[in-house]
Design a protein around this ligand. Structure first.
Ligand SMILES: C[S@@+](CC[C@H](N)C(=O)[O-])C[C@H]1O[C@@H](n2cnc3c(N)ncnc32)[C@H](O)[C@@H]1O
Length: 277
């Protein structure tokens, strides 16, 4: 059992490494119903459930979860970004759906208990507080309620076909984001132990490729990867010491590498679900 909980940890400012003006657009583009449905049904989402969507972003995932929970179900989407919550309310607000701005580094109070809590692509942005956040979410579940954690592993780090200096710079950027922005490229491999340590029951794990990119690049893949590069990489100036032209030269070399049909890139996605004891 963890010794820390969110009440004991110092207050922390809401920060999100991918924050930029168009983040809601990026999330809208990369979220699709077929994938979410497969993952959520595997985890045990059923019609009529009361669902929390943790780090709901633009609200698209919440609207899909609402569809799966059916007319008798209810979904509460939570996100720390005022702008994305406003967008979600405007675009996806409907009966049985609520959007709340909340920094999940703070305890979750006054929302009642849930049958199903969905936490996808969220812990990767909350490295230092993952355990305490999961503890707090456990308390927000009904007995036998389901917690579904889904995250990437080796995030941004699995490529073949690039130069040594490009590879080294990417590793330095990721290390910088880990040290200064609470980013966790290895969130996926930790999900099972998070549930195990909190004595969740009926834990199941599934792993498959999230990105598997070879040959011609699809437009959505180009947009998401280059957007990640544009938003996250410049935060770490010191990563580009091997590039006389600094970040700009690094960015050009990555774009050429990524656009080449010889490039091979993959990212495992790990899903883990369990029931509150
Ligand atoms: C990649 S997006 C979410 C994707 C969505 N959950 C899905 O399943 O596709 C991550 C979201 O988590 C939110 N977020 C990250 N850390 C947070 C925190 N500590 N509190 C509240 N929201 C947070 C960000 O604002 C962002 O909108």
């Amino acid at each position: 059992m963890y010794k820390t909980n969110l009440h004991d940890l110092p207050q922390a400012r809401f920060q999100y490494v991918m924050e930029h003006d168009e983040e809601h657009i990026r999330l809208e583009m990369k979220t699709d119903f077929r994938t979410l449905k497969k993952q959520a049904l595997w985890a045990g989402l059923k019609p009529g459930m009361r669902v929390a969507d943790i780090g709901c972003g633009s609200g698209k995932t919440s609207s899909f979860l609402r569809r799966l929970a059916g007319p008798a179900g209810e979904v509460v989407g939570l996100d720390g970004s005022e702008k994305r919550i406003a967008f979600a309310r405007e675009k996806y607000g409907q009966k049985g759906m609520d959007f709340i701005q909340h920094d999940l580094k703070q305890p979750l109070n006054g929302l009642g208990l849930f049958d199903f809590i969905w936490v996808r692509f969220f812990l990767e942005y909350n490295k230092s507080r993952a355990e305490a956040i999961i503890e707090s979410l456990r308390r927000a579940l009904k007995p036998s309620g389901i917690l579904c954690l889904i995250d990437l592993d080796n995030n941004c780090l699995s490529h073949f076909g690039m130069s040594e200096r490009l590879d080294a710079a990417i590793h330095r950027v990721v290390q910088y984001l880990m040290d200064h922005h609470d980013f966790d490229p290895f969130a996926g491999r930790k999900l099972y132990s998070l549930l195990y340590d909190l004595q969740f029951k009926d834990i199941e794990v599934h792993m498959e490729p999230h990105h598997l990119i070879y040959g011609d690049l699809k437009e959505a893949e180009r947009y998401t990867w280059l957007k990640k590069l544009e938003v996250a990489a410049p935060k770490s100036d010191s990563a580009f010491a091997d590039f006389p032209g600094g970040y700009q030269e690094f960015s050009r070399e990555f774009t050429d590498f990524f656009s080449s049909s010889r490039r091979f890139t993959y990212t495992p996605i790990i899903s883990c679900r369990g029931r509150r004891p």
